[in-house]
Each structure stands twice: as C-alpha cells, then as structure tokens.
Design a protein around this ligand. Structure first.
Ligand code: TYM
Length: 337
C-alpha cells in the first residue's frame, strides 16, 4: 500500500456471482463505484460465498465468478488502482463471519426482509446460510475497515446490521472496527422490473423481458424496452407511486444520459409514450454496447483475469488478516505459536 492510499478512506462492495448482471447492478452499484474510485481506496469483491446460499451449478458458478470480475472492469473499474478479488480466496471472510454470528441475535437476523423474501422464493432450500448471510456481509465490510459501502437500496438493512454489530463489538471490547456508512445514490438505487414495475429488477426473474442484462444485444435491449409495461394515461412525469412504469424508464434514461428527471419530463411530456420509449431504448443501448464489447474482449483473456485476481487476493488478504488477528486476540483466542 502506498502512502497516498493510506490516507484515503476505504470502500468495500461486492456482487453475488449467482446470475448474469443487469442494468440494476450497474445503476445501484458499479456506476457509483466508478464515480467514487479515484477518491477512495477500493476493494471490490465477487461474492461467491454468498451465491451458494441458493442452489448453484458448480461449472456456472465458476464461469460467472470470472464474468463478474470482467464486468467490473468492463464497466470502468480501474483494475490497476482498485483491488478486485474473489471472496472465497480470502478465508478470513468465513472466519470473521463465524465470530460475528456469535454476536448476532437470532431475532435480529430474523428481521432481515431479504431473508424473508428469499426464503419464500427458494422455499425448497431455506438453509442456515441464507439466514446468516447478512452476517457474512458484515464480515466482508468490517474486515477491510470500510468507511463507505456503495450499494443499491435493497442492501440498506444489511448495512444497518453491520453497523450495529461493529458498534456492539467495539463497545464490548475496545474500538476495533470502523463504523461503515452506506452510499445509496438518489437515483437508480432501485431499478424495477420492466414487466412488473412495482417489483425490483432481478436477474432471477423467470420472465427475461423484465430484465436488461449487461450482455444483451442492442436489438434485445430495444425490444425489451419497447415491450416495457407503462402506466395508464400519457404523462411522462416522475412519480413512482402513481406512474411506476414510466418513472422506471425515466430512471433508466437518467442513468444512461445523466439528464435530470425534470429535464427528461420537459423534453418528452406531451409527446406520447412511443418517442420516449425509443429514446430510452437508444440511450440504454448506447450505454451497454461498449460495456458488452469490453466485457467480451476481457473475457477472451482469462489468464490476465486470473493474474489480476491473484494480486487482488494477496492484497485483500493482508488487510483482512490484520483485522481478524485483532479480533481473535480481543475475544481470547490463543495466538498460534
Ligand atoms: P446483489 O448481488 O444482489 O447485488 C449487487 C449490488 O447491485 C445492487 N442491485 C440493484 N440496485 C438497483 N436496482 C436493482 N434492481 C438492483 N439489483 C441489484 C444491490 O443493491 C447491490 O449493491 N449481499 C449483496 C452482495 C454483497 C455485498 C457485500 C455488498 C456481499 N457482501 C459487502 C456490499 C458489501 C447482494 O446480494 O447484492
């Protein structure tokens, strides 16, 4: 670590390797990572350990873990500057998670709304890992002494739990963990399904038209946006309560062009849905097209990605080990001789 990095505040964030990435991941996470990366020392991980809380086919998990890293770089993460790594390459994540499990109340974990949602979605496989998943996420964050965690809106409750666990531990022992702050952008923190705009856009939605993937072709993107569900009436005004479909398309246009909601409304209101949808389709295709080509280029050099991940894991490990050693000492574990 150079001296410049030591004075920078720290970011840790990650994405599960459980499916192909969508424009929701871009809007809620990667876009903000790219914007923040020069001002922070950043650790971006591929959450493969989180992914196995739902059933995974081993070959797919292996491929997707590398896809996610390539996608980070394709979206604009500077791989020379930020540390990219795979969660399971740094064993301290599992080790700290175990310790934190012993400081988490059962009721506290039970209140996590994502656990409730996921246990309904995967009712055939409600496992203990799914239940304690937010504790592993807390370990991810606290190991790196992260100051800031840029995420989408759905992760807010997990960061609240992380803060509570860190405060509890610091209070019981002595200051050990930095208390992290969430970074949730005002716009794009919750991109909704194109088919059911009251539901979050999700890679696991069985209806593929509900979701724009970062590998979708221009034609597929245009088609999905053309078929997106809109609201009754013709107004192009941002109001997620009464106009969820149009508001979601406005968010996508904002993410792709940087135009404010007011500017979008001024430009398109009164002209009907068709020209607006066409403009959204064009802007989203223009955003994704270069990401897709960079992704394909990066993915065709797996050795370079492996080398990057090796350097990343070594660096992440140094930081994680420092924190875990402190924790082990404080709770009374005997240091190995
Ligand atoms: P995951 O893998 O579900 O999503 C990764 C990130 O993308 C955001 N996101 C969205 N944002 C806006 N609209 C959407 N439709 C949308 N879909 C996904 C998520 O909010 C998230 O920021 N538990 C985490 C992964 C994780 C993590 C961590 C994150 C594991 N350890 C430590 C931060 C720090 C998760 O399942 O995200």
């Amino acid at each position: 670590m150079n001296t410049e990095n030591q004075s920078k505040k720290i970011i840790l964030s990650g994405i599960q390797a459980s499916g192909d990435l969508t424009i929701g991941h871009y809007a809620g996470a990667m876009k903000n990572w790219v914007q923040l990366q020069d001002d922070y020392e950043c650790f971006f991980m591929v959450a493969d350990m989180h992914a196995i809380t739902t059933k995974q086919i081993p070959a797919d998990l292996r491929r997707r873990s590398i896809d996610v890293v390539a996608m980070y770089a394709a979206c604009g993460i500077n791989t020379e500057q930020s540390t990219l790594f795979i969660q399971s390459h740094v064993q301290e994540h599992a080790q700290l998670a175990w310790v934190l499990n012993c400081f988490t109340g059962f009721g506290e974990a039970q209140r996590m709304t994502q656990f409730k949602d996921k246990s309904q979605q995967h009712s055939e496989n409600v496992n203990v890992g799914l239940f304690s998943y937010p504790v592993l996420m807390a370990a991810d964050i606290l190991l790196y002494q992260a100051d800031l965690v840029p995420v989408g809106d759905d992760q807010k409750q997990h960061i609240e739990l992380t803060r509570n666990l860190a405060e509890r531990f610091n209070h019981l022992y002595s200051p050990t963990f930095i208390i992290p702050e969430p970074f949730i952008a005002k716009e794009g923190a919750r991109i909704m399904s194109l088919q059911e705009p009251k539901k979050k856009m999700s890679k696991s939605d069985p209806n593929q038209n509900s979701c724009i993937f970062l590998h979708d072709s221009d034609a597929v993107i245009r088609n999905k946006i053309k078929r997106a569900v809109t609201d009754s009436g013709t107004d192009i005004i941002y109001d997620i309560e009464t106009r969820p479909g149009i508001s979601n398309l406005m968010s996508l246009h904002h993410i792709a062009t940087g135009k404010s909601m007011q500017a979008i409304s001024d430009e398109f209101n009164g002209r009907g849905y068709a020209p607006f949808k066409e403009a959204v389709a064009e802007s989203v295709a223009e955003l994704i097209s270069p990401i897709r080509s960079r992704f394909e280029e990066l993915r065709s050099h797996p050795d370079e990605l492996s080398a990057l991940l090796k350097t990343g894991a070594d660096k992440a490990k140094r930081q994680a080990f420092k924190t875990l050693r402190k924790v082990y000492k404080k709770i009374g574990f005997v240091e190995p001789s």
